[in-house]
Design a protein around this ligand. Structure first.
Ligand code: ZN
Length: 479
């Protein structure tokens, strides 16, 4: 079906900008959820997780007290108790270096369906499986308190706090298995999201989020690292030449989720008392996490991790050597810090599930002194905001509103139908909206657009560059 683009709308919207006042409403609303996060309840969750002895993916599926099976069943039961719809997403995996025999890998998942846009989904996840020094050791004590009991506790705490609310979009809570054997649970959930037709706006992966001191004695409980990929990986072969010509090395949807989280942490101020350290690479140097499987499927995803890692407390047999204690034990954790990281997650989930999804954006204006920004309208948006920044700036710098009312939308549909040549079937439900930036040269800036809900929740910015859209990349067909 052909999309009918209504260009005259550009003229309607190219009116002088109206200053939008700051939005205390949305901040106050998400801060209220964040304040309900409780360090004590998270400590109890990690204690329970440690009590399963080992949560190694190849450990017992059937033992009632020890092993991965008991842990996954417990996590699902916790979420069910909150009144959430729960399920286990499973797959049988084999013939992998770390899974030699057929093994059932199951995630505990809860879905809080959106009241208005149930297919727009934001996900919080952590991995429930644990390991010691030998990745194949499924029998030794493997507490996995911080890696990744901390992320799993963040998932369950977010579910506890947010299940009391109602949101236009859907929130998914997931405790993933099989991470240490090769990101297996992340792949299973990404496949499930794809099969459900979910529009995943953001995947927030929490992996090692509960300690504040490193192996060298350096401590930092004021920052959290957020890792994000630069150009999107999915579709990279097709995108490479376009990105070289039009830019986009620094503008994947995941990078814009990172910018969004950085801004959100600032907006929450003392309510949060946590600064975002944006790290502009997909993960730690040469290491990985479950968000990567979402990126492979084309969904925006970032990793939260502590500011300072302690390598003596990860992937280690429990032991003391030359006076140094090794092992991922609960005594090494900082629950006040874990609560702060969880608060940022909770605020982000509440915000993203309340905001419309960002639109797909196009910037044009080669050999012109002006730039035209256009995008397709998204359900739930009552207005849009055009953003731009210098190409070497790390945050969006300038913005201007692009008012867009229900009346204008109706007029656009009428105009679309009126201009349709007889006999030609066109889809007037997909509309193009635009704004002309006079005296702003497309060469010197990066442009993006956010969408805003009726109660002031503004989406992350989607960049108007190749691969900038918040949806899986599809190679453009030539007609
Ligand atoms: Zn981990």
């Amino acid at each position: 079906m052909r999309t009918w683009v209504i260009l005259p709308v550009l003229l309607v919207l190219a009116v002088p900008a109206v200053a939008v006042p700051p939005m205390p409403g949305p901040e106050a609303k998400v801060a209220e959820y964040a304040r309900a996060v409780d360090a004590g309840s998270m400590k109890a969750t990690v204690e329970k997780l440690v009590s399963f002895g080992t949560r190694h993916t190849l450990s017992s599926q059937t033992d009632r007290k020890r092993g991965i099976g008991a842990a996954v069943r417990w996590a699902e039961a916790q979420m069910k108790q909150l009144g959430l719809e729960t399920l286990q997403t499973c797959d049988t995996v084999t013939k992998l270096p770390r899974v030699p025999t057929p093994t059932k890998v199951c995630n505990a998942v809860a879905i809080q369906r959106g009241t208005e846009r149930p297919d727009d989904v934001v996900i919080i996840q952590g991995h429930i499986d644990s390991r010691v020094t030998d990745p194949m050791n499924a029998t030794s004590e493997s507490p996995g308190a911080n890696d990744d009991g901390s992320g799993t506790a963040a998932v369950l705490e977010a579910a506890r706090v947010l299940s009391k609310g109602k949101f236009p979009g859907t929130i998914v809570y997931a405790a993933l298995s099989g991470e240490e054997q090769g990101l297996l649970g992340g792949k299973i959930l990404a496949d499930y999201a794809e099969a459900q037709g979910w529009n995943v706006v953001a995947n927030l992966n929490n992996d090692i989020v509960g300690n504040s001191c490193g192996s060298d004695g350096t401590c930092n409980d004021r920052q959290v690292r957020i890792f994000s990929e630069g150009p999107r990986w999915q579709g990279h072969d097709e995108l490479a030449a376009q990105i070289r010509s039009l830019g986009g090395e620094n503008d994947s949807p995941s990078r814009n989720i990172s910018r969004f989280l950085d801004t959100l942490a600032e907006r929450l101020g003392p309510d949060l008392d946590l600064d975002v350290m944006q790290v502009w690479r997909n993960d730690r140097f040469g290491r990985g996490g479950d968000h990567t499987e979402f990126l492979n499927a084309g969904f925006p995803a970032v990793r939260f991790s502590v500011a300072v890692e302690n390598y003596n407390w990860q992937h280690q047999d429990l032991r003391v050597e030359e006076g140094i204690k090794y092992g991922d034990k609960i005594e090494n954790m900082d629950f006040a810090y874990l609560a702060k990281v969880t608060k940022l997650n909770v605020a982000a989930l509440a915000w993203l599930a309340s905001a419309p999804p960002p639109p797909a954006v196009k910037a044009e204006g080669a050999v012109s002194t002006d730039t035209t920004i256009s995008w397709q309208s998204v359900p739930g948006a009552v207005s849009y905001r055009v953003w731009w920044r210098r190409t070497d700036s790390n945050q969006w710098e300038k913005s201007d509103v692009a008012p867009f009312t229900a009346e204008q939308e109706e007029a656009m549909v009428k105009a679309c139908l009126a201009v349709a040549p007889p006999g030609l079937v066109i889809d007037c439900s997909v509309r193009s909206v635009g704004k002309l930036l006079k005296g702003v040269r497309v060469d010197d800036w990066v442009f993006g657009v956010s969408s805003v809900s009726k109660d002031g929740f503004e989406s992350p910015v989607a960049s108007g560059v190749p691969g900038g859209a918040f949806r899986p990349y599809v190679a453009s067909e030539k007609d």
